[in-house]
Design a protein around this ligand. Structure first.
Ligand code: MG
Length: 264
């Protein structure tokens, strides 16, 4: 049976398309492979990062990744197009239940947290370092935030990064939003990631997912039962492996696309 064509590919950057050891040849292999896809076979490309969107737009040309059609920045707290123009309507929903200074007041009372540098902070993202916290400690933080009537989402990743976001913001909601905005059904979306802050993308109904070989145990536990592709290769090599397994760039997919494009 032919694979469903991929119209939208959403990938995390750090640890997924960008290996943590900064190995440029690995990144170049992905860019070369992607750029060699025939234009009518190439999905729309979205980078979805914990970095803020301007940081993403700055780093992408530096590491020679293909330019994105859209960027989901700050763990799903902003969506911009490839030129950095915000997608209207996404952020506007975040204000209810969100008070950044109140989040800050609660968080400074939590033992062991340190604020992340300013470049990881935004009006809708309060980010902290908290090393090796267990689930109970994260649960206590959620309770403390809820007690002051904040409606927020707490995402703990890589045993280090603790992000407090508006309740309606995460990478998954942003993927759904972009797909909807582009009239792409989830069946034609593939996502890729390596840590817990990517989990929400894999949980979007109907999307296919690629987990790279260096994924955290927390992400692997989270995607259990979701039928994701677990790559044997690391970072961007694993992404190529997954996209190929889903048929991207293979003759069978091209044939399927031609069938779909035939007028009724
Ligand atoms: Mg990552």
């Amino acid at each position: 049976m032919p694979q469903r064509p991929i119209r939208l590919f959403v990938s995390d950057l750090d640890g997924t398309l960008l290996p943590f050891d900064g190995d440029q040849p690995t990144v170049d292999r992905f860019s070369t492979w992607w750029n060699a896809l025939p234009l009518n076979d190439r999905p729309l490309l979205v980078y979805s990062s914990g970095r803020l969107y301007h940081d993403v737009l700055e780093v992408v040309p530096q590491v020679r990744l293909p330019p994105p059609d859209f960027v989901i920045g700050g763990v799903g707290t902003s969506i911009v197009d490839g030129a950095g123009r915000p997608v209207v309507g996404y952020r506007e929903r975040f204000r209810e239940g969100w008070d950044r200074s109140l989040v800050h007041d609660v968080m400074v009372g939590v033992t062991g947290v340190q604020p992340q540098p300013a470049r990881y902070q935004s009006p809708f993202k309060s980010s902290w370092f908290l090393y090796d916290a267990d689930e109970a400690a994260v649960a206590r933080i959620r309770v403390a935030l809820a007690e002051v009537e904040l409606r927020v989402r707490v995402i703990y990743s890589s045993r280090r990064d603790l992000d407090v976001l508006p309740e309606d913001a995460d990478k998954g909601r942003a993927v759904s939003w972009v797909a909807h905005h582009l009239h792409v059904s989830p069946e034609h979306v593939v996502v890729a990631g390596d840590t817990e802050n990517d989990l929400a993308m894999f949980q979007v109904d109907g999307v296919r997912g690629i987990v790279v070989a260096n994924a955290t145990p927390g992400l692997l536990a989270g995607v259990r039962g979701l039928g994701v592709f677990r790559a044997k290769k690391f970072a961007s090599d694993g992404v190529i492996e997954g996209l190929t397994a889903f048929g991207l760039g293979t003759p069978a997919t091209r044939a399927a696309r031609r069938l779909i494009r035939k007028p009724l």
